[in-house]
Structures are given as C-alpha cells and as structure tokens.
Design a protein around this ligand. Sequence first.
Ligand SMILES: Cc1cc2nc3c(=O)[nH]c(=O)nc-3n(C[C@H](O)[C@H](O)[C@H](O)COP(=O)(O)OP(=O)(O)OC[C@H]3O[C@@H](n4cnc5c(N)ncnc54)[C@H](O)[C@@H]3O)c2cc1C
Length: 483
Amino acid sequence: MGIRTGQQFLDGLKDSREIWLEGKRVEDVTTDPKLGRMAKTLADLFDLQHDPMLHDDMTFKSPSTGDPVPLSFIIPKTQDDLLKRRKALEITAEAHHGILGRTPDYVNIQVTATRQMAELHGHTDKRFGDNLIAYHEYIRENDLSLTHCFGHPQVNRGVAVGQQPDPYIPIGVVDTTSEGIILRGAKLLATLAPFSDEIFVPPYRPLRGKEEEMYALGFAIPTATKGLSFICRESWDTGRSTYDQPLSSRFDEMDALAVFDDVLVPWDRVFCYGDVELHNHIVELGIMWRQYMQHVAVKNIAKLEFALGMTHAMVEAIGIGVHAHVQEKVAEIIDTTETVRSYLRAMEADAGPWMGEGIWLSPEPTIAMRHWAPDAYQRVTDIMQQLAAGGLMLTPTEADMESSIRPVIDKYFQGAKIGAYDRVRLFRLVWDFIGTQFGSRQILYERYFNGDVVRLRQGRFQTYDYSKADASLAKFWQETDQS
Ligand SMILES: Cc1cc2nc3c(=O)[nH]c(=O)nc-3n(C[C@H](O)[C@H](O)[C@H](O)COP(=O)(O)OP(=O)(O)OC[C@H]3O[C@@H](n4cnc5c(N)ncnc54)[C@H](O)[C@@H]3O)c2cc1C
C-alpha cells in the first residue's frame, strides 16, 4: 500500500476494536464526539506525506517495492540517513507544535530500532528474529499507526512482577498452542490506543529468573484482536470550541490501559518468548531509546518554540517586558530550547555503529537529555504561569465574546498592544497548555512518558564509567603531594 492518506487512516480505524470511554464502548472512534476531532488531527498528519512540497522530505524508497514509505522506518546507516529522518520528524512535530507525543512516527522508530537487533532476538530461536524483520516490513509497507505498552498495572510496586496478588495482573502466558501463545493480564499505558492499528509490546523490566518466565515476552498484534480491550481515561475534548479549548479540542491523544483476556498472539507475531536470560539482556541493552530520542528532541524543540512564542506574545500583550526579571525568565526558556537543539546535534553528530544493523544515536547526550528534560519542561511551565499570573483567570469564553457584555470585555480585557478578543484567546491557549486537565496531562506526560527519571538516574549512578572522574581526582592528589 505505501504511504496512506488521512482518509485511508480513518477508514482503517473502523473495525471491531474494543475501546471503553466514560462507561461506554465506543462504536466508531472516527465519529465519536470525544475522540473524532483527534482522529481528524492525525488524519491531517497522514495527508502531509502526500503534499507535493513535503512528500520527498517525509518518505524514502521502500527496500522491498521501491515505493515511497515513511522515513520513520528507515534503518539509518549514515549520518545523512539520520538527518533525513530528522527532517521528516520536524515536519510532523511542527505541524502539531510539539503537543502530540505519540504521532505514529514515534513507535515506528521503536520497532525499527528493535528490528535493527533482529539477530539478537533470534539468538535462541531464529523465528523470532525473522518475525521482527517481517513485522517491520509489514507496518512500513502499510503505513500503520501503533500504540505501545511497557509497564504492568500499578498495583504493588513494592514487590516484583511475579509477586502481584494475581499472577495475571501483569501480562503472562496462559497456554501455548500450535497457533500461538495465549496471554492474560494488562499493560500500561497505551497512549494513542483508540487511533492505532496495532499494539507493540516489547520486553520490559528485568525478570528475577525461571519463576517469572511466563512474563518474558515481546510481540505485536492488531488493536482489533479478539479479547483485547482498552480502558481509556476520560476525554479532555469536551466538545467546546477551538476558541475556548484551543488544544484540548484538537490534540487529546488519549491514554488507556490495555487488557488481554486470553488473547491469542500468533507465532509469527512473537519476537521474544520464554527465555528469561535473553529477555533480560534485551531490556538491559536499552535498544529503543538509542533511536527514538531523536523523535523526542525534535518534538521538544517544536514544543519549546511554541511555548516561547506564547510567552513572548504574553509579555508583549501586557507590557511586562520592561521588567528585568521577566527578561531573565524569557531568556531561560530560550536557553532551554537551544539546549535541546544542542543535545539533538550531539546525538546525531556522534552517532555510529553499536550492535546489530545500522548506526545508533550517541548514547551520552541522549541519556543526559532524557534525564534532564522532564525538570526543564516543568520549569518552563512554571515560568509561563508566573508571567501570566492572574491573566490566566481573566479568560471569558467565546459565548461571553458573542454576548451583550462584549463592549465591557473590550475595555477591560484589552492588552498593551492587543485587543480583548485576541488577548483572551492567547491566555486561554496558555491555560490549556499548562493549567487545564489537558495542560496538566502535558506536564505529567513530559515527566513520565520516557520512564521514571528517579530509577533511570539510579541506573546511571550504578553503571556510569567513572574512570576519567576518578583519574582526575587521583591526579590532583598526586600533584598536591608533589607541590
Ligand atoms: C501521559 C502519559 C503517557 C504515557 N504513555 C505511555 C505509552 O504510550 N506507552 C507506555 O508504555 N508507557 C506510557 N507511559 C507510562 C510511563 O512509561 C510510566 O508512567 C513511567 O514509566 C513510570 O511508571 P508508572 O507510571 O507505573 O509509575 P510507578 O512505577 O508506579 O512509580 C510511582 C512512584 O513510585 C516510585 N517507584 C516505583 N517503583 C520504584 C522502584 N522500584 N524504585 C524506586 N522508586 C520506585 C517512582 O519513582 C514514582 O515516584 C505514559 C505515562 C504518562 C504519564
């Protein structure tokens, strides 16, 4: 099929998928009042690939057919491949101003990175590596949209995966048949689930040993598989206008728990099974972030530029740019944006071979950005809140704007260089970015979507190569003793 249009993407979502939202099973995610506008947003992103001005920058020739396929599926072999992929990611990220974390290119890159390690996945059973290669080709050639799930339900984080009150709270193997493996349990947290064609579940978290073998899994299946259901959080798209809810109305990518009720995963969709040692080795290598962090950096730059644009407009709107501390705080957002740009350059410029096929982002800037970005984003939103102040509450609705009170609004809600209508619209946008349920979810997303920094940093402490740091101190003592 090659690259899909927005309409083809929407048509693909009309199947028997089981999506639960606010107490009801959704009949059609493309027309549902709480999901439909987000489906349309994603469809518009698929259409970008068909824009004659953007097509060449978003696609490359399929190694199988020669037809154009999305660049997020390229196995990078050179720096130039990485830069091409970056350009495609930028087009998408700039189209949604960095608001969506989970455009399909995100998981496409994760699957591509996993496929780069196909040989490793096939270490004990070659079939699993071959399955990965075939699966990567299948989703590439059909331009599919994927959700993905890592963690097990947040029931008891004080004990191991295999020590939960029910062995099938995490996803575990119930049985195997000639057709495949039967799975029961649940996985979090499937962002984009209602708008996905497939769910990808890679190996996650080291297991304790043979007794947890039933959890040593990696696989992918269609979202509409029998027995698979998704329980969504409430929708932040409440049907309000784009004036009232500029972001919630168009960009609610949705999060869900994926529930597996004796789901059959065919053997040809299994990438890892039953080998705890290999499973743990795959987890410890941290394969996927060595590629998808390029996506994260590109998205963060688009988002920070948007945040800076909003902040700059607010400062102008209410004339606070004359104050030194305001200038200093805006400059901090500029510095944060430019820092991410530097991380991106460094991870690409120092990319090189590692394991498996192709090249990989340079790990050190990639890890450092992964650990630093959540706090940096929180700080940006704190600055925006501090500069907007009470203005975030002086935000009458579109209905007020259209009512007889409008002349009063025009007088008291105007800004230094901006009329009331536009000033209120700007501050409503900022509130949707940092303060509404949608805005709070954005902040939570940036803190956790990429894992728990607390635990990631514990791992950093335990595995970092201290040799240069230790040698520096040893040299200092030597110099001191000789002086
Ligand atoms: C908006 C959003 C979207 C997301 N989208 C996706 C997605 O699409 N796919 C996906 O797979 N995941 C997704 N995630 C999940 C994300 O990966 C997790 O939230 C993250 O890994 C943290 O896990 P948790 O939420 O289960 O928190 P928990 O692990 O339950 O942590 C809760 C608290 O307990 C502490 N804690 C727990 N265990 C330990 C420990 N062993 N040692 C030290 N401290 C501990 C943590 O530090 C934290 O403070 C998303 C998360 C959010 C918020």
